[in-house]
Design a binder for this molecule. Sequence first.
Ligand code: NAP
Length: 384
Amino acid sequence: MAMATLRQARWLSHTCIAVSRRTSIDSLHRVQPMQLLHSGVVASSSIVCPPATAAVYETLGSPDQVLRLVQMDGRELEDGEVCVKMLAAPINPSDINRIEGTYPMRPTVPAVGGTEGVGVVVAVTPGVRNLTIDDWVIPSHPHLGTWATHIAKEEGAWCKVGQDVPLEYAATISVNPCTALRMLTDFVDLEAGDVVVQNGATSMVGQCVIQLAHLRKIQTVNLVRDRSGVDEVKARLSSLGAEHVFTEEELGKLDMKNFLKEIGAGAKLGLNCVGGSTATAVMKLLGEGGTLVTYGGMSKKPIKLATGPLIFKDIQLRGFWLGKWKTKHSNEDFAAMTKYLLELVRDDKLRYITEKVPFEDFNHALDKAMGKHGSAPKQVLVFK
Ligand SMILES: NC(=O)c1ccc[n+]([C@@H]2O[C@H](COP(=O)([O-])OP(=O)(O)OC[C@H]3O[C@@H](n4cnc5c(N)ncnc54)[C@H](OP(=O)(O)O)[C@@H]3O)[C@@H](O)[C@H]2O)c1
């Protein structure tokens, strides 16, 4: 109990949550902190990070029930820290899972939501070596709480990125594109002409898989959920380089033997974002010795394994978690990976659909990200 209290106290001092909570969206209009730092004015001899508005949860639960927009006090920076004014931050499925308490890493509450995003450095302390005012930065580790207008943290918590891409790409480069890249690189040796099959192809990870595979002349077979307007979705994925796009229903009607012949006796790699019967469908499209990598469970249904492919094709079952990859690799490795992916964005070789939403409309963006309005593009909160 004492430990929890101490941890909470440390958390409060680091993230400057105000004890008094004000009511939701109204508070956004009362916060005008940035004149202070943009004008370069520093209060007396100290360097401060101004008051922030943040989406905070004090208990775990459904995000639409437990998140509140609150005002947090500003605070003096400790030496070695920088103050970052957030520019944009996405709402990812794992952010929702963290708040629900279903993610392996359980945050200590109260906590600020969000793990990814991009911000601009607006204040630095003398001990800071590698960052300067006006640099764009993304979090190095997914523990930051990015749904906040301002964040005070040590410089090591941040990774500098270039400013030659649209901010919604800088805000979203560090999770889903990295996951797509790692899964295409770390499990099987893929060569030009090989085939990768995936479900959840409309996800941001899925869109990146299509394009990163296409760059290496690797074919993709893509499974999507049926919906009205499915032809438009298929056309969009084809324009990214997808060779084949099917709904699960269409796949069921396919002459599987012929199709497997067409794609060279099956895929070497299968990527499972969804679970349930669509994971089985991915498995059936794998070739001899193929590998099925599970990285998401969007349907919240258990994976159904197909007995035949397991026995007769010796299918390998694996899992991927970017969080683990990060613990085994340096910040420099991570920086190199995001730099490479941002260069692809800059060169128009990597793109994906996002919807930018003002932070003031947080609740609406959250509802969309939680699927309450059906399929929706990735919601990216944009801060003033
Ligand atoms: N393991 C890792 O390290 C790692 C890293 C990054 C992401 N992920 C996981 O990868 C998955 C995709 O993330 P993302 O950010 O790329 O997704 P996203 O862009 O937010 O898109 C959500 C995707 O999930 C699909 N979906 C939503 N609800 C579904 C349901 N009930 N049944 C089937 N499909 C459903 C959507 O399909 P529609 O277009 O049909 O709506 C869409 O393809 C998530 O599970 C995420 O947690 C894992």
